[in-house]
Design a protein around this ligand. Structure first.
Ligand code: RIB
Ligand code: CA
Length: 303
């Protein structure tokens, strides 16, 4: 399966990109970066470093620095750390970004691989909205859009109403859901059923010294956040669960419904069923243990 991940790496993003590198059925054609867990230039630097460390030859096309109509962004440093990789800072600058920006890269790759390209968006949906604006055929050219985002039947995480990716650009998300391509929404409804605990990271590091060890090291900061703020003994495999949904949709129970995003007021970023909207597939349940095991077995196979 041909895949592009639109990402704001980010600790769970790093886990998802590592999973994609380890999954033999995935042909990772590139990464597009967006603001979110960190500033977009840092997202790109982290993405290029990750691909280099994973020995994956793929371009990184840099995207939006801010949400639609905004000129600033405050990264989630308390969740992912000052540079998006927990306590790890000042990682080497490896390679350069692709000459196209994220939206143009997505549009060109969708044309080049018409009907075959799956786009997995695991950050704010700003680049996706920009690609849809840039080329009206984009939604028809891609095979599917799989989104890590939303909290349709459960509380949010950045506020009680909203999940972080949607919250960071509610306008872009609502634009995407108003005329969606073939779309699967992988929200907190399922990603909080795929918790990954300290013991899981330690076991992974014993089997994969380099990549597993790196993910264990950068996850400490993230695990502390989940314990201190959420009282959880693990972190959600948010982005990896979305990548797994690209190839293993049988592990998910999905319902078809239109989705509306609240774009103003105290509930901004809320994602609610709306039958007046074109239907997308919303994940309501998941084989959480199966996702955790699949993630572990694949990433453990890395160096
Ligand atoms: O709410 C979880 C999502 O927000 C994940 O994609 C995480 O990386 C952050 O971007
Ligand atoms: Ca992310």
């Amino acid at each position: 399966m041909k895949l592009i991940i639109d990402t704001d790496p980010g600790i769970d993003d790093a886990m998802a990109i590592s999973y994609a590198a380890a999954a033999s059925e995935i042909d990772l054609l590139g990464l597009t970066t967006v603001f979110g867990n960190t500033h977009v230039h840092q997202s790109s630097r982290n993405a290029r470093y990750l691909l280099h460390r994973l020995a994956v030859e793929a371009p990184v096309a840099e995207g939006a620095p801010f949400a639609l109509g905004r000129t600033d962004h405050a990264p989630s440093e308390r969740v992912h750390g000052p540079e998006g990789f927990g306590d790890l800072t000042d990682i080497p600058e490896v390679g350069t970004n692709h000459s196209l920006d994220a939206a143009a890269f997505l549009v060109e790759m969708a044309k080049a691989h018409r009907g075959e390209l799956v786009v997995c968006a695991v950050g704010p949906l700003t680049n996706i909205a920009a690609a849809m604006r840039l080329d009206p055929e984009f939604s028809r050219n891609i095979k599917r859009l799989v989104i890590m985002g939303g909290a349709v039947f459960c509380p949010g995480n950045i506020t009680e109403h909203a999940e972080a990716n949607i919250y960071h650009d509610a306008a872009a998300a609502d634009e995407v859901f108003s005329s969606p391509p073939d779309t699967v929404l992988v929200g907190l409804d399922v990603t909080l059923k795929t918790l990954y605990e300290t013991a899981d990271f330690e076991a992974l590091a014993r089997r994969s010294a380099d990549i597993g060890g790196f993910l264990r090291d950068i996850s400490r900061f993230y695990l502390n956040f989940y314990k201190e703020i959420g009282g959880l003994e693990g972190c959600g495999l948010h982005d990896s669960t979305a990548v797994i949904a690209c190839t293993h949709d049988g592990m998910f129970d999905m319902v078809e419904t239109g989705v509306k995003v609240t774009t103003i007021g105290s509930e901004i970023g809320a994602t609610r069923p709306d039958p007046s909207r074109p239907p997308i597939r919303v994940c309501r349940d998941v084989d959480g243990a199966g996702v955790v095991q699949l993630f572990t077995e694949r990433v453990a196979s890395l160096p």
